[in-house]
Design a protein around this ligand. Structure first.
Ligand SMILES: Cc1cc2nc3c(=O)[nH]c(=O)nc-3n(C[C@H](O)[C@H](O)[C@H](O)COP(=O)(O)OP(=O)(O)OC[C@H]3O[C@@H](n4cnc5c(N)ncnc54)[C@H](O)[C@@H]3O)c2cc1C
Length: 427
């Protein structure tokens, strides 16, 4: 195959939402940009696949309201359309008992989960989390905060479950308290996207094309030789650029860049993984059962199609997730057992679901986030920086970098900060 040498201002590696957003902002700022994605389609973990008219995201995905990624999308002309689930229908399950999930004033006052004393304790703690600054808890685990503040076991298991839900992490002894509890206190709304997260990908892809980004898919970057100019090698092309934005996972970034700092970040990374079971049903056997958070096990269930357009006709698209621990040794357990556990729980929640099953997707160890926000790493402040030290013109974008927010918001925000830095330096 012919190898051609080509010069441009920036090469972006990775065509998930972070890479796409960075490329679009850079090209709008007047830079010549090539984006390279190894998969056959753009979108990374934000892709949606259609099966029999049902839209399957890669596991349960909600777009949290009020995060910095919202402004990035708006600036790029990407609109968010969808709905929020009705909080009055949220339930929680402890053993065999299912009751209303106490998440707001009304459910807090009425949920049968709580007795008067635990109700008062939970109300006071939620008030405290909404109003008191938590930065003093940075670098200490969620379990330490719970030890100090919670007396009633039911309140503790409820708060642990809500932390799992907010962080996708089942590790109260490791997750940073300031980060996790500020998410609980903020009670951010969650938007379920019509037609799935692919709409974000399409919107961002449109923005890159309109700005003149050269988009390459189905080609992995195999090597980077640091310059200046930097040399980026693909199987059939060699690109030269003043700046390189690596918007992959941290392990790939370390392998490509071969820089000790990035290798150290990769070595200490604790990816957040989950077991996700997504199901398309012709109809819901129990139509009123829509959201259940398990307190005694790290499980969650939600019917997203009730709040946004993901299923045709009376069909339902629902998600089950098992939050997994961070320790790799604990992940060696048989993933088939996770599936059996999720299906057995669904037998309780939606008896007869097997008879109305249209399609399903099981993602046994999918990576939700590139790096957990742990107390051991000093919370969000301890995460890798976007600008790689000692490597001018080399940047990282993703949900594992930067001290602002997490998940998709971290990825989109890092894309914006990196793109602005490149534009300012070259101006
Ligand atoms: C089950 C699940 C649930 C989630 N739920 C939520 C949620 O509710 N809310 C939320 O905000 N976020 C959620 N997320 C996280 C969200 O999907 C990610 O934060 C976001 O999609 C990350 O985008 P990214 O572009 O940073 O990374 P990615 O999407 O991982 O993109 C990286 C891209 O780099 C490409 N690549 C890798 N190596 C190379 C190479 N050598 N050459 C070229 N390309 C390469 C990959 O193919 C990939 O497309 C969830 C994720 C999962 C899996």
């Amino acid at each position: 195959m012919n190898s051609t040498r080509e010069q441009r201002d920036v090469v972006v590696i990775g065509g998930g939402i972070g890479g796409l957003a960075a490329a679009a902002i850079l090209a709008r700022g007047g830079r010549s940009v090539t984006l390279v994605e190894k998969a056959p389609r753009f979108g990374g973990r934000a892709i949606t696949t259609e099966r029999e008219g049902f839209k399957f995201n890669l596991g349960i995905h909600v777009f949290y309201a009020g995060g910095p990624g919202e402004a990035v999308l708006r600036e790029l002309g990407v609109t968010l359309s969808g709905g929020q689930s009705d909080r009055s229908l949220y339930e929680c399950q402890d053993g065999a008992r299912i009751s209303r999930l106490p998440v707001d004033a009304d459910s807090l006052a009425t949920s049968a989960l709580l007795d008067p004393a635990s109700r008062a304790e939970l109300a006071q703690l939620l008030r405290q989390l909404r109003t008191e600054p938590l930065h003093a808890w940075r670098g200490r685990p969620v379990s330490a905060w719970l030890d100090q503040h919670v007396r009633h076991p039911v309140v503790r298991s409820l708060l642990e479950a809500v932390v799992r839900l907010a962080t996708y992490t089942h590790a109260p002894d490791e997750v940073d308290a300031a980060y996790a509890l500020s998410l609980v206190g903020s009670q951010r709304g969650a938007l379920l996207l019509d037609d799935g997260w692919q709409t974000l990908v399409h919107g961002l892809e449109r923005a890159t094309r309109a700005a003149g980004v050269e988009l390459i898919h189905g080609a992995a970057v195999t090597d980077i030789e640091l310059g200046p100019p930097h040399t980026v090698r693909l199987p059939s092309r060699t690109l030269h650029a003043k700046a390189v934005v690596v918007a992959t996972d941290v392990m790939t970034a370390a392998r490509l860049l071969k820089l000790p700092t990035v290798e150290a970040w990769a070595a200490r990374a604790r990816p957040v993984r989950a077991a996700c079971l997504d199901l398309a049903l012709r109809a819901l056997p129990e139509p009123w059962r829509l959201v259940v958070l398990r307190l005694d096990q790290p499980l969650y269930y939600s019917v997203h199609s009730r709040s946004c357009r993901l299923a045709p006709g009376n069909g339902a698209l629902l998600h089950l997730i098992k939050y997994l621990p961070l320790r790799p040794s604990d992940l060696d357990e048989d993933a088939r057992e996770d599936r059996r556990q999720l299906e057995a729980w669904l037998d309780e929640l939606q008896p007869g679901w097997r008879e109305v099953l249209v399609a399903s997707q099981f993602l046994p160890r999918i990576q939700v986030s590139g790096d957990a926000v742990t107390a051991g790493q000093q919370g969000l402040q301890g995460r890798p920086s976007l600008i790689v030290p000692d490597a001018p013109g080399v940047y990282l974008v993703g949900d594992f970098v930067g001290a602002r927010d997490h998940l998709a918001h971290a990825s989109l925000f890092s894309a914006e900060v990196v793109a602005r830095d490149v534009l300012e330096r070259a101006a």
